[in-house]
Design a protein around this ligand. Structure first.
Ligand code: 13P
Ligand code: 13P
Ligand code: MG
Ligand code: MG
Length: 367
């Protein structure tokens, strides 16, 4: 039976700066979806990661369905009204358009969707990250789907050993979707060459070569490109199906122990490590560190069982301590060198104006 998983996420307001939405705000979004879900959704779940609220929906209407997208948009609009009443910071921050025009893609919210032929058991993971951009998932996906050092399934399971097909998007290109397809293991080094530049080349989806089934989908929109100016970090979502012809859940989760440095944290302008956190965690240290949550579900006929909070397990406590140390180490060098993002990625125009003004004062010293 064909089913669609849609996760749509937005920052519509947050307590005390960019920390976390209020309970009343997540409750308002939940109640709006519940009231309007009839005849549209099979099931849904709401959670927040940092200051972003994610609506996970299952339905039979396919990807990019106008009514499903409108439901999420309207829920975020309804929430924004409450966020204003509560005086929350950045009320409606990610709703970049005044009116809904058929699809929330390009309107501010992050969207990841896949239509799947539901398996008899359908385990999948719903990731949401805050204070970072979609390239944050490049490394964990590469390790999970292409590196046998991380994923023994690539050696042990014949169907997984057939490898994966990758769709990678050039997110710098603003005049339409510019994508490339690569297969691993044959084109592993080509894939690596692209994915190392995580601010430009972003994994959009991963597909099984053995069966053609879709394994993963990432939201690839960049607010920077939509709004033409800084309006907050992109804070990407991702859906990953696991087990059987895909890597095991443990293989998908394992790379997050690295706490790799990603773009994000503090005014969207710094390199900071990605911390795996429990669902419904806020942010703190320098508006970060950038964080990622993972809700694990099983599904039957579109009905969700779960979530199990994948990063709430005790294992991740020591990871978080180490990631916190990495965050402090990088921040100790303030704005110098790799602590801050390169010029083109800086999310504030103030520094560009400052440098333009200083440019006029440079003189060429005579020989
Ligand atoms: P179980 O035997 O607990 O199902 O585990 C299978 C497995 O190999 C998971 O990696
Ligand atoms: P958000 O995109 O999560 O609102 O973060 C904005 C920011 O730059 C905080 O420092
Ligand atoms: Mg915010
Ligand atoms: Mg956010």
């Amino acid at each position: 039976m064909k089913l669609t998983l849609s996760v749509i996420k937005a920052d519509i307001g947050s307590i005390g700066g960019h920390i976390a939405p209020s309970h009343a705000l997540t409750a308002a979004v939940e109640s709006f979806v519940r009231t309007n879900a009839a005849n549209l959704l099979v099931d849904f779940a709401i959670s927040h990661t940092g200051d972003d609220i994610a609506i996970l929906m299952t339905h039979r209407r396919g990807e990019g369905d106008a009514q499903v997208h409108k439901l999420a948009w309207d829920a975020f609009q309804a929430g924004t009204a409450l966020a204003r009443q509560q005086g929350l910071y950045g009320a409606g921050q990610d709703l970049l358009r005044d009116s809904f025009s058929g699809n929330v893609k390009g309107m501010g919210p992050a969207v990841a969707e896949m239509e799947v032929e539901e398996r008899p058991a359908e385990p999948f993971l719903s990731f949401a990250a805050d204070k970072t951009d979609p390239g944050a998932y490049n490394l964990p996906l590469y390790l999970a789907f292409a590196d046998p050092m991380n994923t023994p399934g690539l050696m042990l399971a014949p169907k997984i050993a057939k490898g994966f097909r990758w769709v990678v998007m050039d997110v710098e290109h603003t005049g339409g979707d510019r994508v490339i397809e690569l297969v691993t293991p044959e084109e592993l080094y080509d894939l690596a060459a692209l994915l190392r530049d995580a601010e430009r080349f972003v994994v959009e989806s991963v597909w099984s070569r053995a069966t053609g089934e879709q394994a993963a989908v990432v939201s690839t929109s960049r607010l920077h490109n939509i709004a033409g100016k800084y309006t907050g970090k992109d804070d990407p979502v991702m859906l990953v199906r696991t087990q059987m012809n895909f890597p095991a859940t443990g293989e998908i989760l394992a790379p997050y122990q690295i706490g790799h440095y990603v773009a994000g944290g503090m005014r969207g302008s710094h390199n900071q490590p990605l911390m795996p956190v429990p669902l419904n965690s806020g942010t703190s240290y320098f508006d970060g560190p950038p964080c990622v949550s993972c809700a694990a579900y099983s599904m039957r006929g579109g009905k969700l069982t779960g979530p199990v909070d994948a990063f709430a397990h005790p294992f991740w406590q020591s990871v978080r301590l180490r990631v916190a140390e990495k965050a402090v180490e990088m921040r100790r060098q303030g704005f110098f060198g790799p602590a801050m993002l390169p010029m083109g990625e800086l999310e504030y125009t103030g520094i560009v104006e400052k440098l333009a003004a200083l440019e006029k004062r440079f003189v060429l010293r005579p020989d």
